[in-house]
Design a binder for this molecule. Sequence first.
Ligand code: HEM
Length: 188
Amino acid sequence: MTNLDELIQYAKAFSGLTPELEACLKEIAPAITPHLKSVTDSFYDDLGAIPNAANYLDGRIDKLKATHLNWLTGLFTMAVDTEFAQSMYQVGETHFKISLPVEFMVGSMALLNNEFTLVVFKVFGDDPAECSKILRAISAVSALSLMLMLMKMEQCYRESTIAEELEKFLSISGMSRTLFTNLANAYN
Ligand code: HEM
């Protein structure tokens, strides 16, 4: 999908982020943002206990926690618009560049949603209807973010596989890149 406006509408429809739930995220921002540091700390404790995940974190936990907290805060304070879509695409590409397996992103969202459930019940527990709405809003915006990151990661991994296969083909066949490009253009 090339058009960012279409992309964000598609992601909103698929994640169930309605205007009502988007407004809910903004309304609860003042009450929830003071708890996001503890959500971040628990998230990194969970990640650190997962074999392989720790390898990606060594020596940069403090910087990553700050980056992560900033992203989490944005979920409640930023408009979920084309700029948001662009930024999640960028984050997806960053994780592709460090060769992060895609299941790390899916697992991360599950861990974060678990933490959020605890926080939401702690802060809004005396109002079940409000809790249910807030949890739906958080689940929708986290699914939307995940969808955008994974779409970009999938595109990057696919392109890198095609590029590797082309390299292999050129080296096996002895064909020059220029000749290949000319042939490919002739078939377009
Ligand atoms: C919910 C899932 C995640 C979100 C939303 C997220 C968010 C972010 C953001 C916003 C950045 C900065 C992006 C940039 O500078 O372009 C970042 C960088 C990074 N993330 Fe994540 N992250 C997630 C999961 C993970 C996981 C599971 C790991 C590793 C176990 C990880 C490791 C890293 C590393 C190493 C960087 C720094 C990359 C670099 O600067 O070269 N992230 N992340």
